[in-house]
Design a protein around this ligand. Structure first.
Ligand code: 13P
Ligand code: SF4
Length: 313
């Protein structure tokens, strides 16, 4: 491919976007240039609503596979492209649909109400009663029937957090986000010593030990409001590093500090960071990699997503 300057690349992407009648959706963890060129930047919940509302013919989804797949599930007639087809998610990988199906078969007598965190494959969504995101998990669990046991998949940390907020007992699938479990009590305590007056905001995918140190635990989108409204000047943001780009743009008057892991100063999700401006350009040009899925799986996966969108209005 011819090497374009970043301004030329931006212009080429915008021209292709128009030509294709495309919308560019980007998650809060994407690299800065992708966030800056997107029509909408947000968390999984906001992105699902935007994907549902758009009348564009093509959705270029700058995020990870399960997010683009969710957009396809609710928009079967649209072309959905993901700049890098290998942009996966450790939570999705921790719960293969065959393993969930086998577990449900072995425990048929329990008649589980299955709540799946949106970070899972279409196959897992198709086996679930309702989907949730970190932004609406408490509401979704509160609306679950009380006469059936709940199985929450695949994130045990988000599941524990929701149990503590709602008082509902749930059986938890033992999955985890490989990025958020790298934050430790020690690494957060150390940075707190350097900024004793700082507030701490953490994503619910963090472990209980880390969440206990936080002033607020919330989805990436709600972090914007927390940072804007907190009286603290310094705020330690315990989530993936891409969040800092959006926060620094929207809350420029605060000192926003990346939460460090024991290994590095800030945590990158290797999957989120696979998408680049060059790959976005190529995927709009070639309409590849395209998200496709078998129609029977798509249909079964759509119902619990629509239930979520209805319940979290
Ligand atoms: P949000 O929905 O809070 O943006 O979280 C998505 C995610 O993948 C967190 O790791
Ligand atoms: Fe998945 Fe974690 Fe990356 Fe989010 S940060 S996409 S949960 S691996």
């Amino acid at each position: 491919m011819v090497q374009l300057t970043s301004t030329d690349l931006r212009d080429e992407i915008l021209a292709l976007k128009k030509e294709r009648n495309a919308v560019i959706l980007a998650h809060n963890y994407q690299v800065g240039p992708l966030q800056d060129i997107a029509d909408y930047v947000g968390d999984s919940l906001g992105l699902s609503y935007r994907a549902r509302e758009t009348d564009a013919e093509v959705i270029a989804f700058c995020g990870v596979h399960f997010m683009a797949e969710t957009a396809k599930i609710i928009n079967p007639e649209k072309t959905v492209v993901l700049p890098d087809k290998d942009a996966g998610c450790s939570l999705e990988q921790s719960c293969p649909p065959e393993e969930l199906a086998a577990f449900l078969r072995e425990n048929e007598e329990k008649n589980y109400y299955v709540i799946a965190y949106i970070n899972c494959s279409a196959g897992v969504k198709a086996l679930s009663d309702v989907i949730c995101t970190s932004g609406n998990a408490v509401k979704i669990v509160e609306s679950a029937p009380t006469d059936r046991p709940i199985l929450f998949v695949p994130d045990q940390n988000l599941g524990e957090w929701v149990m503590s907020k709602t008082g509902r007992e749930m059986d938890l699938w033992q999955g985890a986000c490989y990025v958020h479990v790298e934050f430790t009590r020690e690494s957060i305590s150390r940075i707190r010593e350097a900024h004793p007056d700082a507030a701490v905001v953490a994503h619910p995918e963090c472990t209980t030990a880390v969440r206990m140190l936080a002033d607020e635990v919330c989805s990436t989108e709600k972090m914007i409001d927390f940072c804007r409204n907190s009286p603290a000047e310094n705020i330690i943001v315990v989530t993936e590093s891409g969040m800092l780009h959006r926060l620094r743009k929207e809350v420029p008057n605060k000192n926003l500090i990346a939460g460090p892991t024991d290994r590095c100063a800030c945590a990158d999700c290797r999957y989120m960071k696979l998408n680049t401006m060059e790959k976005l350009y190529q995927c709009l040009r070639d309409l590849q990699p395209e998200i496709t899925l078998p129609e029977d799986v798509r249909r079964r996966a759509e119902a619990p997503i629509l239930r979520m969108l209805e319940l979290s209005k």
